[in-house]
Design a protein around this ligand. Structure first.
Ligand SMILES: Cc1ncc(COP(=O)(O)O)c(C=O)c1O
Length: 306
């Protein structure tokens, strides 16, 4: 992973080495930080980078900020402009990942959200696969439960809540699995440590609804549209029982970092044939074309980086 040489920090573009926060900063002490993870993809034929759905990422970021009583002087369009300005400073010619963050920037002790200054920052990194085994991942049900929306906003991307994701991810990896499936307090399937989940049941694509403590994934939303419009599939958003996972024909997980991961085994039980299923394979190929601005029907999601 190569980090960008520059970052946006405290109102301007600076060398990454100078984008430092103090150990007494609130966002560091209390996890009072919200963020997004976005990608821009390199299109080799066009020799151009294309950011994938940046407006939607910044919209979700600003919604996360709203939940956490944060205010910054930029709207979605302003944040897109700052992103383009930052991308101009480093000459990226590969797939990259962008990490915008809004954090409580005042220093000192005192748990609260109000009467604190908010800052915006962004850095960039080169990025390939998030999950090495993304074509036949072995998943496990985590013993950790997904944060509840009445504990920390589940549909907000709040950095403090990623302690929950880290617990499930590390325990899954240390036990030899590629990724965790995390249940809600009520025992229904919520999502992975940092990705949403889909099952194919009787040819229908099923995914937990946004009221089941999921992060409202932008990849999830894209996949729902592609499945309906391009594959003609029925997509149902409903609560999912744990044992439905074992009898699904296919399982895949979606996220900006993860993209589309085929889950072919869960706790040693093969899912469907035990190999990547045809719907998952089609969606992965379609998604790769779409994110690289190669699909004429979805250029609305690609922002060309000049
Ligand atoms: C907890 C969690 N769920 C789901 C996702 C997938 O969301 P998206 O597709 O917007 O990246 C992510 C990744 O950002 C995540 O961190």
């Amino acid at each position: 992973m190569d980090l960008s040489k520059h970052a946006f920090f405290e109102g301007k573009i600076v060398p990454l080495a100078d984008a430092k926060i103090n150990i007494a900063v609130h966002g560091f002490l209390y996890g009072t930080t919200v963020f997004s993870g976005m990608r821009a993809y390199w299109n080799e034929e066009k020799k151009r980078l294309f950011a994938f759905r940046p407006y939607d990422h910044f919209h979700r970021l600003l919604n996360s900020a709203r939940m956490m009583a944060m205010e910054i002087p930029y709207d979605e369009e302003g944040l897109i402009q700052l992103m383009l300005d930052l991308l101009k400073t480093d000459d990226w010619k590969e797939d990259i990942y962008l990490r915008p963050t809004i954090y409580k920037a005042d220093m000192g002790i005192g748990v609260r959200l109000h009467d604190l200054r908010d800052e915006y920052s962004m850095f960039v990194t080169s990025f390939d696969k998030y999950l090495k085994n993304d074509a036949n991942a072995h998943l496990t049900f985590s013993s950790w439960r997904r944060i509840d929306d009445n504990v920390i906003p589940a549909r907000g991307k709040v950095s403090g809540s990623y302690a929950n994701s880290a617990l499930s991810k590390t325990d899954a990896n240390r036990a030899g699995f590629d990724e965790a499936i995390v249940l809600n307090q009520d025992g229904h399937v919520s999502e992975g440590s940092a990705m949403n989940i889909f099952l194919v049941r009787d040819g229908v694509l099923v995914t937990p609804p946004s009221t089941d403590n999921i992060l409202e994934g932008i990849t999830r939303r894209s996949v729902i549209e592609l499945a309906r419009e391009e594959l003609g599939l029925q997509v149902v958003e409903r609560s999912i029982d744990r044992t439905e996972v074992f009898i699904a024909e296919e399982l895949f997980m979606t996220g900006t970092a993860a993209q589309i991961v085929a889950g072919t085994k869960v706790d040693y039980r093969p899912i469907g044939s035990g190999k990547m299923g045809p719907i998952t394979a089609k969606l992965r190929a379609l998604f790769d074309d779409v994110v690289r601005a190669k699909h004429p029907g979805y250029l609305k999601w690609n922002l060309e980086v000049p």
